[in-house]
Design a protein around this ligand. Structure first.
Ligand SMILES: C[S@@+](CC[C@H](N)C(=O)[O-])C[C@H]1O[C@@H](n2cnc3c(N)ncnc32)[C@H](O)[C@@H]1O
Length: 274
């Protein structure tokens, strides 16, 4: 059940957000250092697994909605280690369409390439191993050039990745660079960790301890309020139901009691370029 060999370039001495998240979701591409960190983090904040699943489910609903709306191109920034419910798995049912994954983490990149290759998906899906803070390099990458036609709408996914950018990374300006590149009719989907004022105080203390723990990883994390996140959509109209708790964005099923508990700790929203 464990990842046997670390691919070249993988630092297995320091936990990484991609591999810890894989562990939260029940995946196998994680090492002892990641699992140890994950167990400690889960003790600090027991909602981490339910919120990771709610985040993944949000992303799945967005991708299906985008396909229903006729979008055929997906750019998934900070795509992570592929575990169940990847973008290309949903898209595969509705080809022709294309998917570009972007992640700079070596395990996420190696495993994504392996899966796309094994599934014979490389004709319409690919992995760009780059830092999302270098958008021009991502636009110029041969995989992006082959798979994305910028004159057509794209669904740009920034799912649980922007909270790994600190103030010095100027996330607002970065998101604007991506927004500017998109054709009218494109979608921008974002999820982001938060701690709403209505969070029960004991849970709020847990999430803050959890975020503190990430300071020791390759990916320190930042919580942000709805007011900090909203400008990233550049005034584009938000699709119904607007900025929501993750389980409340176009739910397939009634929200469970456990999902209800994660509401105060992440925002999700999708906007459409006019
Ligand atoms: C928590 S995972 C989210 C995976 C997926 N988007 C999801 O929500 O299911 C965050 C991913 O973002 C990646 N990441 C963080 N900062 C990044 C950066 N500056 N450039 C590229 N990838 C980054 C990490 O390697 C990790 O795989």
């Amino acid at each position: 059940m464990t990842a046997p060999d670390a691919p070249k370039g993988v630092d297995v001495d320091k936990p990484s957000a991609a591999r810890i998240y894989d562990w939260y979701l029940g995946g196998t591409q994680n090492w002892a250092v990641d699992r140890e960190f994950g167990r400690r983090a889960e003790k600090l904040w027991p909602l981490i697994r339910p919120i990771s699943r709610a985040n993944r489910a949000f992303m799945n609903r967005v991708v299906r909605s985008a396909l229903d709306a006729g979008i055929r191109q997906f750019l998934d920034l900070g795509s992570g280690v592929p575990t169940a419910g990847n973008v290309h798995e949903i898209v595969r049912e509705r080809l022709p369409a294309s998917v570009v994954y972007v992640d700079y983490e070596p395990v996420a990149a190696a495993h994504s390439r392996l899966i796309l290759d094994r599934e014979g998906a490389t004709g319409w899906a690919g992995l760009v191993q780059r830092d999302i803070r270098a958008p021009e390099a991502i636009f110029a990458d041969e995989i992006t050039e082959r798979l994305i036609d910028w004159s057509q709408p794209v669904c740009l996914l920034m799912i649980t990745v922007l909270h790994f950018l600190g103030p010095d990374d100027h996330p607002g300006e970065l998101v604007a660079t991506y927004r500017d590149r998109l054709a009218p009719g494109s979608w921008l989907a974002v999820t982001h960790g938060t701690c709403r004022p209505d969070a029960p105080p004991e849970r709020a203390a847990e999430v803050r301890a959890f975020v503190d723990a990430y300071r020791d990883t390759s990916n320190p994390a930042y919580l942000r309020s709805a007011d900090e996140i909203r400008p990233w959509f550049g005034g584009w109209p938000l699709l119904e139901p607007g900025m929501s708790a993750l389980p409340d964005w176009r739910p397939d099923d009634p929200v469970s009691a456990l999902d209800a508990e994660v509401r105060p700790f992440a925002w999700g929203a999708v906007a459409r370029k006019p």
